[in-house]
Ligand binder design. Structure first.
Ligand code: GAF
Length: 386
């Protein structure tokens, strides 16, 4: 039977003429709650999903880095010595950006052999499920091993983030790579983005009879352009005006003072981040004390905050969320950076078809392209596969 593992190995051999020496994989992620809090040094609660990116690799002795993938026609090659963010572009900026970032992180201490690399994935691209972090994390694990760099997973998350920031040009935070590298089955990663302390939080969706449904609106977004960077800039301006290092240092109780000091728009951006941090803490506590059936209201409040205060939702995301809730979801929110991508809904297992049907119908009625809905399970983080 063909699966991603076999397909990746076979494709590697077909492209590079011989077998890979190692195979690695890393998952995409869903963020359960904690949006745009990571670069404000706050809290996030994502989990790794059962959609993965595979990276097959083999060393070379001529100092060349050659990369190919199932989602691009052309292989790309570059001498390792010429790796630099400005030399990279297109899809290969992800794997080659990681190679560059890993060199930066090890200051040339690692044994930098050239390599052939093939990437294959079933993480949907552009759905806000971190297909890019899945590539970065799989490649970071593969190269860390090939070069004997010895970085731990938190450091490899930083390597992936550096690649994304400098080689891809998206000013993103540390959440997605951390979820992909630190995730565990049936659990979320509760990450403090200031200290990078991570705690694994059991989710227990199956035991509670719940399904986490992804509703991909198909509205495409890019964090390398526009809105994401503007929101980040607003948060940084807010932190400066409030005299704190990062919005993590502002509490819900400080918001009335913030309202006096900030213009209305900056205040609303700040209020989203500050209340979202609190919602992450409340979600973790609620999961511990009362289980997943009790977190729906927190998910809903998170969505409203992103829609009204942070203004990163789009009509398709709002419609998916509202319709899922009317059809019986316990909670629903957009997930990821926003401006498109996917929403999630926490749905009792016997209502899943009803929710999917209702969301499809609502999209049809509004003249939107039908969304793609599918369940995801919290799954293991990056690992060696062969
Ligand atoms: C994107 C970014 F990559 C993350 O770092 C995070 O900021 C997220 O948007 C919003 O929570 O996924």
């Amino acid at each position: 039977m063909s699966d991603l593992r076999t397909e990746t190995s076979e494709a590697f051999s077909a492209v590079f003429g011989g077998p890979a020496t190692a195979l690695w994989s890393a998952p995409g992620r869903v963020n359960l709650i904690g949006e745009h809090t990571d670069y404000n040094e706050g809290y996030v609660l994502p989990f790794a999903i059962d959609r993965r990116t595979f990276a097959a690799i083999r060393p070379r002795t001529d100092g060349m880095a050659r990369v190919a993938s199932s989602f691009a026609d052309e292989a790309v090659q570059l001498p390792l010595a010429e790796l630099a963010p400005e030399a990279l572009g297109g899809w290969s900026a992800y794997p080659l950006g990681v190679a560059w970032a890993l060199r930066e992180a090890t200051s040339g201490r690692a044994q930098e052999a050239g390599f052939d690399l093939f990437v294959h994935s079933d993480v949907p691209i552009g759905a806000g499920l971190s297909s890019s972090a899945a590539i970065e994390s799989a490649v970071a694990m593969a190269l860390d091993d090939l070069w004997d760099a010895g970085l731990d997973r938190r450091s490899l998350a930083r390597v992936g983030q550096l690649a994304e920031n400098k080689a891809v040009g998206a000013p993103t935070g540390i959440m997605d790579q951390s979820a992909s590298l630190l995730g565990e089955a049936d659990a979320a990663v509760f990450l403090d983005c200031r200290t990078l302390n991570a705690e694994v939080i059991p989710l227990g969706f199956d035991a509670a009879g719940l399904v986490l449904l992804v509703m991909d609106t198909g509205v495409s977004h890019s964090h390398a352009t526009g809105g994401y960077a503007a929101r980040r800039a607003s948060c940084e301006a807010g932190a400066r005006a409030l005299g704190v290092e990062a919005l993590r240092d502002v509490s819900v109780g400080d918001l009335s003072r913030a309202r006096d000091l900030l213009d209305d728009e900056t205040f609303r951006r700040v209020r989203h981040v500050v209340t979202e941090d609190q919602r992450v803490l409340d979600t973790v506590r609620t999961l511990h004390e009362r289980g997943p059936l009790a977190i729906g209201d927190l998910l809903d409040a998170s969505h409203r905050s992103m829609r009204d205060d942070f203004e990163i939702s789009v009509p398709e995301l709002d419609l998916a969320v509202e319709t899922a809730l009317s059809a019986g979801a316990l909670g629903a929110r957009m997930t990821g950076g926003g401006f498109g991508g996917a929403a999630i809904a926490l749905v009792p297992v016997d209502l899943v078809s009803q929710v999917e049907f209702a969301v499809d119908g609502a999209f049809l009625e509004h003249g939107y392209t039908a969304p793609t809905t599918f369940p995801v399970r919290a799954s293991a983080g990056a690992r060696r596969e062969g």
